[in-house]
Design a protein around this ligand. Structure first.
Ligand code: SER
Length: 433
């Protein structure tokens, strides 16, 4: 049976409310009193003071669906499941249950409530890591999973995969146990070591069934024990929808497909799938950011927003999509999501103006920049030197990441090291001044 994303939201919250979790609302994407974090990137980010004991939560068991933005994987946007904006379905125990109940709760939802095929489920657990010599392997989670899964589907991994946090530079963090679903050999790389930690896309992480918040990371790089042991668990709504709606990628779910269709319009068969996906993802993310009061600019989160919009407009230009389609897609985001996030409708006009303004300004820069780009390419054939790349950025407003995308389309190489040399020289000059 296929389940709509609104059903998934309802079932998730009902399940945890039925297990005595208080349903709280999603916080803004702008972190509240957390200078170590640019944009809310996880369900637990707005709850950090509860884990450290600085604030008392309204209840010890909480759950919600939190809007999140992560742009560290921006280069991966266009594959089946990476997104810059996503909604995290989260449940938390603040000094209440710990590993046993966290894993049992997740398993109950996976098996009995959502009816995932449990033969395809894998769990990863923290194996210990030389880089964190004082944090022992998570034997307790291994023991709990052993009662639920065959041993070959319990995978032990190091800190890169199974130590989560903090959200931001400092704060609560701990070993975690994640749940993956095997989407089938045909989606895999066929490598002999292919497993849940392989990037090929065969294994999709559907739930971080528990970050066991035991440690506080300080500015010095030292960990201290937190006063209480807590659980931070989260499942991506888009990823749940991929599996439960039996589609190939997040872009075919009811959360993104309508937006993608508006963007592609009549050109659907003539645009690269990657470009449509980048535009779809970035426009949804930008719309949510503006609704929460972020405006385009050249620093901090304002630059994150500008970069997303400019990337979306660049892909529109490269693939012949009208900028109006991006504006229409943004209006659709407002329409589709405002029942859960009313600030979208409240700020609809601001969103429209901000996107149009960025599109217009960037359109002019891009036109000029592309002309210069073509001149450079005419002389240097299939290579752009570091000096030219720097000039295109500094004088003609084409930053390296966008330049790289244009160059990639035309199979042209860029001397990135050279570019960085000229950038550093300029920084030295301005520091001297
Ligand atoms: N904070 C954890 C994560 O983002 C659990 O939700 O994976």
């Amino acid at each position: 049976m296929k389940i709509s994303s609104s059903e998934i939201r309802r079932i998730f919250l009902d399940y945890f409310a039925g297990h005595e979790h208080l349903v709280i609302s999603s916080s803004s994407l702008i972190p509240n009193e957390d200078p170590t974090l640019l944009i809310v990137n996880s369900g637990m980010a707005p709850l950090k003071p509860y884990f450290t004991g600085e604030k008392t939560p309204p209840e010890q068991r909480l759950c919600n669906i939190q809007k999140c933005v992560r742009t560290n994987d921006i280069e991966s946007i266009g594959d089946r499941h990476h997104l810059t904006f996503f909604e995290m379905m989260g449940n938390w125990s603040i000094g209440d249950y710990f590993k046993d109940e966290a894993i049992t709760l997740a398993w109950g939802a996976i098996k009995d409530v959502f009816g995932f095929d449990t033969h395809r489920i894998y769990a990863t657990v923290y194996s210990g890591d030389n880089r964190l010599p004082n944090i022992p392997p998570d034997e307790e989670s291994i023991r709990i999973w052993n009662s639920l899964l065959p041993p070959e589907r319990i995978i032990r991994l190091g800190a890169n995969s199974n130590f989560w946090g903090p959200a931001g530079e400092t704060g609560p963090c701990g070993p975690c146990t994640e749940v993956f679903i095997d989407r089938g050999e045909e989606l895999g790389c066929g490598g002999k070591d292919c497993g849940p930690d392989c990037e090929c896309g065969r294994f999709l992480e559907i739930w971080n069934a528990g970050v066991f918040m035991q440690y506080n990371l300080h500015e010095s790089g030292d960990f201290s024990e937190l006063p209480i042991k807590s659980v931070d668990a989260g499942a991506g709504l888009d990823r749940f929808s991929v599996i439960l709606q039996e589609v190939d990628s997040v872009y075919e779910t009811d959360l993104l497909k309508p937006i993608k269709d508006v963007i592609a319009g009549e050109r659907a068969n003539n645009i690269s799938e990657k470009s449509i996906r980048v535009m779809t993802d970035h426009i949804r993310c930008a719309t949510f950011m503006i609704a929460d009061g972020i405006y385009t600019g050249n620093t901090s989160r304002e630059y994150v927003l500008r970069r997303l919009l400019r990337r979306a407009f660049l892909h529109a230009d490269l693939s012949g999509v009208q900028p109006q389609n991006l504006a229409r897609a943004s209006s659709l985001v407002v329409k589709m999501f405002s029942q859960y996030y009313p600030q979208l409708t409240q700020n609809q006009r601001v969103i429209e103006v901000a996107i149009k303004k960025e599109g217009d300004t960037f359109g002019k820069t891009l036109k000029r920049g592309l002309k210069e780009f073509e001149k450079v390419v005419l002389h240097s054939k299939e290579f752009i030197s570091g000096e030219d790349a720097f000039k295109l950025h500094d004088t003609h407003g084409l930053p390296l990441d966008l330049l790289k995308e244009i160059a990639k389309e035309q199979k042209i190489k860029i001397d990135e090291e050279g570019y960085r040399f000229f950038l550093e020289e300029q920084r030295k000059r301005s520091r001297k001044k």
